[in-house]
Design a protein around this ligand. Sequence first.
Ligand SMILES: NC(=O)c1ccc[n+]([C@@H]2O[C@H](COP(=O)([O-])OP(=O)(O)OC[C@H]3O[C@@H](n4cnc5c(N)ncnc54)[C@H](O)[C@@H]3O)[C@@H](O)[C@H]2O)c1
Length: 362
Amino acid sequence: MKTFSFTLNHHGTMKAALGRSLENIPAAFPALFAAADKVCLVTGSDAPPSLRARALALFPEGRAPHEYFWLPPSESAKTLEQAGRLASFLFERGFSRSSLLIAAGGGAVTDLAGFAASIYMRGIAWVSVPTTFLAQIDAGLGGKTAVNLAGAKNIAGTFHQPALAVCDTAFLDSLPHAELRSGAGELVKYAMIGPAALAAVIKKNLSKTLAGDKSALTACVSACAAYKLKLVAKDERDERGVREALNFGHTAGHAFEAMSGGKLPHGEAVARGIRFALIASREAGILKRDEFQRLDTLVDALRLKPARVRRDFRHFLSLVSRDKKARGASNRFVLIAGPGRLAPAEDLDAPLLKLAFEGALK
Ligand SMILES: NC(=O)c1ccc[n+]([C@@H]2O[C@H](COP(=O)([O-])OP(=O)(O)OC[C@H]3O[C@@H](n4cnc5c(N)ncnc54)[C@H](O)[C@@H]3O)[C@@H](O)[C@H]2O)c1
C-alpha cells in the first residue's frame, strides 16, 4: 500500500492510500477512525455484492460500519432529494459532527455522499473509496462534490475534501468493459494535460486497461491519482487556474452527457468532449494539424461507439453558455496548444463550435 499526505493550499491535509487488495485501512490511519463515534457506509444499490464484500475487507471487524445506506443507481443518485434522504437517515440514526461517512462506489456515489457529508451538521468527515476506474483516477479524488439540477450536471455542489481517499484496484476486477472504456476517457485526458512521464505510462497501458489488465490498471491508477492529488493540493478550491487543466474536455463533455439523457457514460462523454476541444483548438489556429493527429489517435484508441446524443446544436449552445465554468462569457473552453499546454478560451464563435460539435459526435 502506498500512502500519501498532501498539504492543501487552503488548510489541512489530504491523505490517500493506493494499491491492490488493501486491508485494514483504520490501522494505517488510526487517528481518523478513533475519532469517529459512528460510521456509515454508503454504496450504490446496483453495485455487485463483491463490491460491498471488498469494502468491508478494508474496514475489518471492530471497525466495521455501524450503518449502511444504499443510493439509487449511477447518475440517478445525484439529486438534492437523495442528499436530503441520506442526511435525514444520518440524523434519525444519531450521527453527530464526530461521525464518519464512507462512500464506496463510482463517481456518482462519491459525488453525492461527499455532498451529503458537507451539508450534514455543516460538515462531517468522509472517506472516499472510489470503485470504478474513472472514479479512482478522477472523480473520487479532490473534494469536488455535486448534484445535478434541471437536467444540467453538477449545478449544486461544494468543496469538501475527503479526510482520506482509498483507491484499491481489486475493486476493478468486477467492472464491466463499458465502465473500463468510460474510465479510459478520463485516462486519455491525463495523457494530454499531464507531463511527458505520465503520458508515457498511459500510452504504454491504454489498450491493456481496456482489456482489464490488472497491472496496467494499477499502474494507471497510481500515476493518475498521484498527479491529480498534486494538482488539487496546489489549488484545492479551483481558484488559481491549476485545477482548470482537469476540466479539459469537460465543458462539451458535460453538455453531451446531459443531452444523452443519461445514456452516455461520463467518461465517454468526456472523450467526445476532448475530441471537441481538439477540433476547436485546431480550428482556432492554436493546435498544429500534425499535433492534432497525434493527440486524436489517443481518442481513436478508445473505439467509441456511435454517440447516442441528439444532434441539437442550439441545445448544446444553451448548455455550454450556462456551464458554471463560463463565468459570464457566452462560452469558455479549455483548449490545447500541445501536450501539457492548455489554453482557456472564451466567446468562441458559433461556426467554429458547430464544426467541433459535429466532429465530436461523428
Ligand atoms: N467530483 C469530481 O471531481 C468528478 C470528476 C469526474 C467525474 N465525476 C462524476 O463521476 C460520475 C461518473 O462516475 P463513474 O464513471 O464512476 O460512474 P457511476 O458512479 O455512475 O458508476 C457506473 C456503474 O458502475 C457500477 N460500479 C461501481 N463500482 C463497480 C465495481 N467495482 N464493479 C462493478 N460495477 C461497479 C455502479 O454501480 C454503476 O452502475 C459522474 O456523475 C461525474 O459527473 C466527478
